[in-house]
Design a protein around this ligand. Structure first.
Ligand SMILES: Nc1ncnc2c1ncn2[C@@H]1O[C@H](COP(=O)(O)OP(=O)(O)OP(=O)(O)O)[C@@H](O)[C@H]1O
Length: 258
C-alpha cells in the first residue's frame, strides 16, 4: 500500500478552545498538517494533549474555534454527508441484542442497500476481519479483541475513504493488541482507506504508521512529524529491529523539553 501525494485531509491553523462554566481550555493550538490519500498516520501524545479533539474535528463531530479543515478539497461536513468516514471508538459500540452479522449489517440497512448486496458485503467483511465462524454469535459472547474486530468491520461497511480510529486497542492486553495491529495493516492493505489512528503507545504508532504526528500538551500543539521508513508489509520481527528501537528513541526525544 502506498500513499499518493494528493492531500486527503488538510488542516490549516486548527485551534480548539473549550468553554466550561468557570474555565476555558485551549485544547489545540495552530495545528497545520496535510494527510495524503491512502496514508496511515497516527496522532501520538500523552493524555489530554488533544488527540481525540483533533480526530473529532476531522470527523466533523465538533467545529474548531479557529482554522480550516478540508477533506478531498471540500468541507469536513460535506465529507461526512458523503459517508466518507468510518469511525472506530475506544470501546466497541455494538448492539448486544443483534448478532455479529446484524451489527455489521446495520449501516448497510440504514443506507437502504438491497438484501442480496448486503449479504455479499457482510460476508466479505466477516472474512476480512476473520470472524466468519462467529457471525451468528452475540457481541457478549465474544472477547474484547473480537468485539473490536466487529466494530472495524462495521466501520468499513460503507467502504469509507477515511477510517478514523480513537485508541481502538488500548483496552486490550499486549498480545491481542499486537496481533490486531498486524490484522489492521492487512485489512488496510486490502481496502486502501486513509487511516488516522489515535494512540499513546509509541511502539504501536511506529509499527502501524507511515508518519507519526507527535502532539504536546497544554495547549495541544503538533510538536513533530516523524517519518517511519520501515518497509511494508510490516512484520512482528520488525518490532525487535535496531531501526525500530531507534525510532522509539527519536520519538521519545520529541517529548523531551516540551
Ligand atoms: N467537551 C469538553 N469540554 C471541556 N474540555 C474538554 C472537552 N473535551 C476535552 N476537553 C479538554 O481538552 C483537552 C484535550 O482533550 P482530548 O480528549 O482531546 O485529549 P486526548 O489527548 O485525546 O486525551 P486522552 O488520551 O486522555 O483521551 C483536555 O484538557 C480535556 O480536559
Amino acid at each position: 500500500m502506498t500513499a499518493s501525494s494528493t492531500p486527503e485531509i488538510q488542516l490549516d491553523q486548527i485551534s480548539m478552545r473549550y468553554q466550561t462554566n468557570s474555565t476555558e481550555v485551549l485544547a489545540l493550538q495552530d495545528v497545520t498538517v496535510d494527510i495524503k490519500k491512502g496514508e496511515f498516520v497516527s496522532l501520538l501524545g500523552p493524555s489530554g494533549c488533544g488527540k481525540t479533539t483533533l480526530l473529532r474535528i476531522m470527523a466533523d463531530l465538533i467545529q474548531p474555534t479557529n482554522g480550516e479543515i478540508k477533506v478531498a478539497g471540500e468541507s469536513a461536513r460535506a465529507a461526512r454527508l458523503a459517508q466518507k468516514y468510518g469511525i472506530v471508538f475506544q470501546s466497541p459500540v455494538l448492539y448486544d441484542w443483534r448478532r455479529v452479522k446484524q451489527n455489521i449489517n446495520l449501516p448497510l440497512e440504514m443506507m437502504g442497500i438491497k438484501k442480496a448486496e448486503r449479504e455479499e458485503r457482510v460476508d466479505y467483511l466477516l472474512e476480512l476481519v476473520g470472524l466468519q465462524d462467529f457471525k451468528n454469535k452475540y457481541p457478549w459472547q465474544l472477547s474484547g479483541g473480537m468485539q473490536q474486530r466487529v466494530a472495524i468491520a462495521r466501520a468499513l461497511a460503507m467502504e469509507p475513504e477515511i477510517l478514523l480510529m480513537d485508541e481502538p486497542f488500548s483496552a486490550l492486553d499486549e498480545f491481542t493488541r499486537e496481533h490486531l495491529n498486524e490484522e489492521l495493516l492487512s485489512i488496510w492493505s486490502k481496502v486502501g482507506s486513509t487511516v488516522v489512528f489515535v494512540t499513546h503507545s509509541i511502539p504501536e504508532s511506529i509499527f502501524l504508521s507511515d508518519r507519526v504526528f507527535v502532539l504536546s500538551p497544554h495547549p495541544g500543539r503538533l510538536s513533530a512529524v516523524v517519518d517511519i521508513p520501515l518497509p511494508r508489509p510490516r512484520t512482528p520481527d520488525m518490532r525487535h529491529s535496531p531501526a525500530f528501537y531507534q525510532l522509539i528513541s527519536d520519538i521519545r526525544d520529541c517529548f523531551e523539553g516540551v
